[in-house]
Write a protein that binds this ligand. Structure first.
Ligand code: SF4
Length: 367
């Protein structure tokens, strides 16, 4: 499997918690960006010959005018025709018929809608502009247009919210005709509006216990639904797991294109320039060869995010040795944080909440 990720860094307004590569830009800048993106795409001609999954993320890809999206899709046509999963992230406010028609025309078969919450106070607080009705109408329009694989993103742990907020968000999301839910806890990141608000005392983060209760509630509730958890933060109806994201967690190769994108090809991690002006000058900021030891470590750091965990056989195939010869799992197994079962090594689902404790062990180990 091989993937292609394309980053569209434009947004119409900036969410308070966001630390992604994003910018509010005029149309002439967007025009220039798409030309630059296409140039970068051409620079990867060889690597793009057998792409299985395409993911267009952001930022907000659907802030781009349709003619610019079309210009990009025309360049991607051969890749889109051959790829099995083609996802685009969409802001619910700008999901319109003509956009969906364009996406259909180019074969997009998975939509990822950034909802986060439907609580009006929380939406205002994170500086978004949608409401429950906008999301409902957007999802219904996607279904009407024949999209059968739709993800909705949720965020919990937003300041001033309660368990009731999470309950209402889940009531709503479970009432939608969707197939996938990504559910993330709000993380306080440096250089965000939220960080300034917290530092100035204008806002307070929720207590850790409250966030933990929200996490438990979400997992208990989704366990009783048709959505099955398959990764720390991702839940899908059977057969709707994101192929593109699975590719990241199983250490496959992917090409990353655009400002702030990163890729992993031939054991080299490629980080693109993440400031727009610099991206206009040069695509790549840095490259790093991932040595075999780092690949072994990442095999666990990424693979153990999945509920299914990792395969011992796969490890042997990749590295020609047994995982037990490289890592001492005694403590993790003893603490019930890791289970060996047949070919699988995995974190028991009820301990995924503390997966970081497992990851720290792999980070600490020296070759
Ligand atoms: S969270 Fe998404 S929509 Fe909001 S500013 Fe960041 S990239 Fe833009």
């Amino acid at each position: 499997m091989k993937g292609l990720y394309i980053h569209i860094p434009f947004c119409k307004n900036i969410c308070s918690y966001c630390d992604f590569t994003k910018i509010i830009a005029r149309e002439d800048v967007q025009v220039r960006y798409i030309s630059r993106l296409i140039k970068e795409l051409h620079s990867y001609r060889k690597e793009l010959s057998n792409i299985d999954t395409v993911y267009i993320g952001g930022g907000t890809p659907n802030v781009l005018p349709l003619y610019l999206l079309k210009k990009l899709f025309l360049e991607l046509k051969d890749i889109l025709d051959k790829a099995c999963e083609k996802t685009i992230e969409l802001n619910p406010e700008w999901i319109k018929e003509d956009l969906l028609d364009l996406l259909k025309e180019f074969g997009f078969n998975r939509l990822s809608i950034g909802m986060q919450t439907i609580n009006e106070e929380a939406i205002r607080l994170i500086r978004r502009k949608h409401n429950k009705e906008i999301v409902k109408q957007a999802v219904e329009l996607c279904v009407e247009k024949g999209f059968k694989n739709i993800n909705v993103d949720l965020i919990y742990g937003i300041p001033q919210t309660t368990l009731k907020t999470v309950e209402e968000d889940l009531d709503f999301v479970l009432s939608l005709p969707i197939q996938h839910i990504s559910c993330y806890s709000l993380i306080l990141e440096n250089r965000t509006i939220l960080m300034k608000q917290i530092q100035s005392g204008e806002m307070e983060l929720l207590e850790e216990d409250m966030v933990a209760d929200m996490y438990d509630y979400i997992n208990d509730r989704l366990k009783k639904s048709e959505f099955k958890r398959y990764e720390i933060s991702n839940y899908a109806k059977e057969g709707y797991e994101s192929k593109h994201n699975m590719l990241y967690w199983t250490g496959q190769e992917y090409v990353g294109i655009g400002c702030g994108a990163c890729g992993y090809i031939h054991s080299i991690r490629i980080d693109n320039e993440d400031v727009l002006n610099r991206y206009f000058e040069s695509f790549v900021k840095s490259t790093e060869r991932i040595d075999v030891w780092e690949q072994k470590r990442e095999f666990f750091l990424l693979g153990l995010r999945m509920v299914e965990g990792v395969s011992k056989k796969k490890y042997k195939e990749l590295f020609d040795t047994e995982p037990e010869k490289d890592f001492d799992f005694t403590d993790l197994v003893g603490q019930g944080l890791l289970i060996f079962e047949g070919d699988r090594i995995y974190i028991p689902e009820q301990r995924l909440e503390v997966a970081n404790m497992v990851f720290e062990k792999f980070v600490e180990v020296e070759p």
